[in-house]
Design a protein around this ligand. Sequence first.
Ligand code: LLP
Length: 409
Amino acid sequence: MEYRDHSLYLEDTPLADIARREGTPCYVYSRTAILDRFQAYHQAFGDVPHKVCYAVKANANLAILKLLADAGAGFDIVSGGELFRVLQAGADPGTVIFSGVGKTSQELDYALDHTIRSFNCESEPELVLIDALASRRGVQARVALRVNPDVDAATHPYISTGLREHKFGIDMAEAEAVYGRALALGNLVLDGVSCHIGSQIVDIAPMLEVFDKMIALVKRLRARGIPIRTLDLGGGLGVAYKPGDQAPSICEFIQAMCQRTAGHGLEILIEPGRSIVAEAGLLLTRVLYRKTNGDRQFVIVDAAMNDLIRPALYQSHHEIVPLRESQAGAITADVVGPVCESGDFLARDREIANVMPGDLLAVCTAGAYGFVSASNYNGRPRPPEILVEGDRFRVIRKREKYEDLIRGE
Ligand code: LLP
């Protein structure tokens, strides 16, 4: 994204052209930015056997899944619905891993029907259920136990997952015993271990500690005769949301990962979501009104918490920049939407450009966990999604209509 002649461009497309043709609010993604980040992951592995399994939950649009599948990505899914999307995008189910603490037998059956690559199991009863379902089909299901390494990811508490107090994974101290018992289940192929300690992790020291713990676990399991071949190290790499933020580079992170895991004959799987799509996307919105309550200034825009819930839910920061660069100075204001809740804000007490009604704004770094978490709250149709490629753009999901709001009622 850059200003050319005072007008904000994504790749070679003026964002104002998109707003004019498709209206606001709308999500816009850069094809190049997504592919660059996927390639950064892929290439950093060099000749280490690996698969980058994109975490579908971050942005599940079919066009983006197809883009990544064509580039050679695998997929990390957490529901039958995400598997359906991946299949609709034309991806190979043999590249899909299924994570999540609460897979239903219907979802497991669906995944077995399509012979996905493997299941990341999070409890012993789940192992038993997968074994039973696989046995009914006369097939072998490949599984990895997701272990909980009890390491603090030092991120927002809602997206931290690697401590013993969290619902995720199987306690590392129990893992060997669980593998031992699972050997008795005849329809499982137990050749992997996995972990994921949280999201938006910007200090990679806790991740490196986890990698060491996982290698130690692999050695212990192998010593017990369990032939571990794949190590899934999850997702979680953070991105810079604020201008001065320091986010680790994908390349350095993967190199540090490979240094710690090399020489053990393991295939490495990773499940990045945010670090592939967050910076590639933005939410376009138009200023509706300006007003002042007491000494607080408000910029009321046409996007709201139903479109992008991250500021309300995680107090997250998204830069907000005008599409037209001007000399009109800056103001300090709350940028808020039309939803009837005080939690409906995109920014609080923020220094932003001195914009006026009708002006367009880009809410940055919104490509991950943006549209996927959008809702129809307050009777608001969800925004369209648009993919930019060079100087062209296309709608990859239409704006919802009022009829869509009542479908199924
Ligand atoms: N693998 C597993 C098992 C996960 O639970 C997650 C994210 C990922 C991979 C991908 O993590 P990433 O690379 O994207 O950090 N809605 C929140 C983020 C929730 C993350 C949930 N799990 C947000 O907007 O910040």
